[in-house]
Design a protein around this ligand. Structure first.
Ligand code: TXA
Ligand code: MG
Length: 317
């Protein structure tokens, strides 16, 4: 039997299939089955108040899982699907409440990856798929990362090689009175506004306190090694504090102290930076590296998604 047929069979009997998307690897379960979704939350150790994204093969099937399909959804799906944009809409009964953490909305996304699309077409149903990592950890961008994260907790891993985008999709809430970006991603505010007019965005440096939206708490995408972010002005302070095997990430170059003995060059363009960010963090997240220091990229719209993930992965110096 080919891999896709095997994956479909696993999903039909309530199992878990990890699959590649253009953003990160997802851990998929049948979003029409309460039991399957419960298993998914258990495998990820995901808090029950954090909704999952439901993946679909195209805009037509998305309309089965949304209770309404407004003009904004039509335009955005036509322009950006398949692609890294999740649309939050009123939820239809065909998606079990557990997949949406009990909310009456659902996040829908059509991923731009041939293996994901083949799976979704063959399954012909809604697939709940959060990133295939344990809760609060760095998202996986290769099949090997998924193996390290989840091991036996997953029934099958479809290997599609490294992910092209590297960070999670833009999440846009269309269920309220004004479209609001809940999570920045590769599809930018400007690209969305060009299609549907003004959208609200979260502040670049969110206020401290309780999470505004589920899954948006501090240190959501964190390595285990203590990780700090700093501004260019703090560079000399960082150099002072980084003795003893600490790692530095400097500007477009990630430099490493003599003790750790490693230098990783980070790309100076946001797309290329995003593509390698999680695998670099994973690589550095092991002894002898005692701390990770990351220079924040410029406060510019093109860097919004990367800055968001860096803020969640680090504490300010
Ligand atoms: O790129 C991606 O979106 C990846 C790949 C696998 O598709 N998936 C992903 O899923 O990042 P996850 O579960 O790690 O992130 C889901 C986030 C939630 O934490 C929440 O912020 C938002 O999407 N979300 C999902 N459904 C929502 C809803 N109904 N209302 C508000 N936010 C929602
Ligand atoms: Mg995640």
């Amino acid at each position: 039997m080919d891999e896709i047929a095997k994956a479909v069979e696993i999903l039909r009997r309530g199992g878990l299939v990890a699959f590649p998307t253009e953003t990160v690897y997802g851990l998929g379960a049948d979003a029409g089955s309460t039991e399957a979704v419960r298993r998914l939350y258990a495998a990820k150790q995901r808090p029950h108040d954090n909704p999952t994204i439901v993946h679909v093969a195209d805009a037509q099937s998305a309309q089965r899982y949304a209770a309404s399909w407004p003009e904004h959804a039509r335009r955005l799906a036509e322009r950006f699907w398949p692609g890294p944009l999740t649309l939050v809409l009123p939820r239809s009964d065909r998606v079990v409440p557990e997949a949406s953490a009990g909310r009456d909305t659902v996040g829908l996304r059509c991923p731009d990856h041939p293996l994901a699309l083949a799976l979704l077409r063959a399954f012909d149903g809604p697939v709940a798929a959060p990133s295939a990592n344990r809760s609060t950890r760095v998202s996986p961008t290769t099949a090997q990362h998924v193996r390290e994260e989840l091991g036996d907790a997953v029934d099958l891993i479809l290997d599609g090689g490294p992910c092209r985008v590297g960070i999670e999709s833009t999440v846009l809430d269309l269920s309220g009175s004004r479209p609001t970006i809940l999570r920045p991603g590769a599809i930018t505010q400007g690209q969305i506004q060009a299609q549907i007019g003004p959208v609200n965005v979260p502040p670049d440096e969110p206020p401290r306190g309780p999470a505004r939206s589920p899954g948006m708490q501090e240190l959501h995408y964190a390595p285990r090694t203590p990780a700090w972010r700093f501004t260019t002005e703090q560079l000399s302070e960082v150099l002072e504090r980084s003795h003893g095997g600490a790692v530095l990430l400097i500007g477009p170059v990630i430099g490493v102290s003599e003790v750790a003995g490693r230098v990783v060059e980070m790309p100076s363009l946001p797309e290329a930076y995003a593509r390698c960010l999680y695998s670099v963090l994973r690589e550095m997240d092991r002894p002898p590296i005692a701390a990770i220091f990351i220079e924040m990229p410029p406060d510019e719209p093109a860097w919004a998604a990367v800055r968001d993930r860096l803020r969640r992965a680090t504490r300010p110096l």
